[in-house]
Design a protein around this ligand. Sequence first.
Ligand code: NDP
Length: 449
Amino acid sequence: MPLMDENLTAIMDEVIARNPGETEFHQAAREVLESLGPVVAKHPEYAGAEVVRRLCEPERQIIFRVPWTDDAGRVQLNRGFRVEFNSALGPYKGGLRFHPSVYLGIIKFLGFEQIFKNSLTGLPIGGAKGGSDFDPKGKSDAEVMRFCQSFMTELYRYLGEYTDVPAGDIGVGQREIGYLFGHYKRITNRYESGTLTGKGLSWGGSQVRTEATGYGTVYFVSEMLAATGDSFDGKQVVVSGSGNVAIYAIEKVHQLGGRVVACSDSNGYVFDDAGIDLELLKEIKTERRGRVEDYATLRGGAVRHVKDASIWEVPCEIALPCATQNELNGADARTLASHGCKVVAEGANMPSTPEAAVVFHEAGVRFAPGKAANAGGVATSALEMQQNASRDSWTFEHTDERLGAIMRSIHDRCLETASEYGRPGDYVAGANIAGFTKVADAMLAFGLI
Ligand code: NDP
């Protein structure tokens, strides 16, 4: 991995000092800054205008109280966040995460990543992220609704189709987006569809948005494989997680001729040598809100549920981490490489630790970072905004084609940029540099703001 020059090291030190304890944000910032040496060397104007330093400071950070009552009538309290990181390319855009691990450092890392990812899509969207330490797991629909209404009662004043447009992420699916949008509509007295994405199809949603992140990740990998004359056909694949991203990644791998043999949740993984039965998995996860352990019980036969173990011990040629940050460490990466894994693409945000990324690099495993590989979700959200703005709706086929074309273009731009800056084949450098330069040029054009 390249070392940072003096100026970038000083900026990194400042990020750590100004954001104490926010380790995930430090990790995300370091990963980008490590790629930027050749860019700032080639463009001294970026350093002169302190573009990198300004980019590491969010434009606005909102932290708020979210009180709500549970079904027993007891008062509960959570904390809400929205980090509006950068609006150089368009309105702030990025999902909401409801998970007990959420704190400012997680939201900031996700918001920072989102700036470059959104830039890579080529669509006019800035970067943001938000969420809460609320845990929707085990809560009734009524409790989730009351929480969402209280959350939106504060957040609505910062949103708008030209200002900030949230969507889903971990713990926020169509149910939560429905409660959030319904409340926004009620308290603003405006049917402003373009204010939230991930909506239901009958109330302003886009075809393919549900599938987009998982499908997009697999389209990206198809391009990586095609670049070396290969394809998914007959490949054994492992996908971590069993949520929105994982489910649709599995679906697309199967459609393209690969076989996903394992998936997981935070309690362990299931191994199904015949290939994951997606209909069963979808029923368990989306209808029953159950666990992957239930998959092993219901499917029976030789299917194994392995508790509290790393899914990366399962041999595969292609690995798609689609669960959460830092779920794949250096030891996992070594295991994957020793089993002959050739391609890793991140469906989740920052699932590989920095050590894992180094191991992949040294072992010649081709590695696509989340900000490139999982950009299909936000890209399709931007297509949803386009449809809302023109009061139109597109067919599944048309939207899926647009998604495929966007993923192809991101893939090609990553490779071209990596070569241009002397790092051929390095998707991490390509994604960071291509994402950065577009935002940096817009920031320069706007003067000092
Ligand atoms: P979901 O809430 O739908 O699913 C998350 C899945 O990950 C669940 O199966 C969850 O299991 C599992 N998981 C969480 N922690 C762990 C862990 N430590 N080990 C194994 N599994 C774990 O979220 P999404 O699918 O929407 O998001 C997954 C990732 O993709 C996140 O990093 C998100 O930021 C990223 N992403 C999502 C996009 C989207 O459009 N939804 C867009 C771009 C990126 P459990 O039920 O046990 O918690």
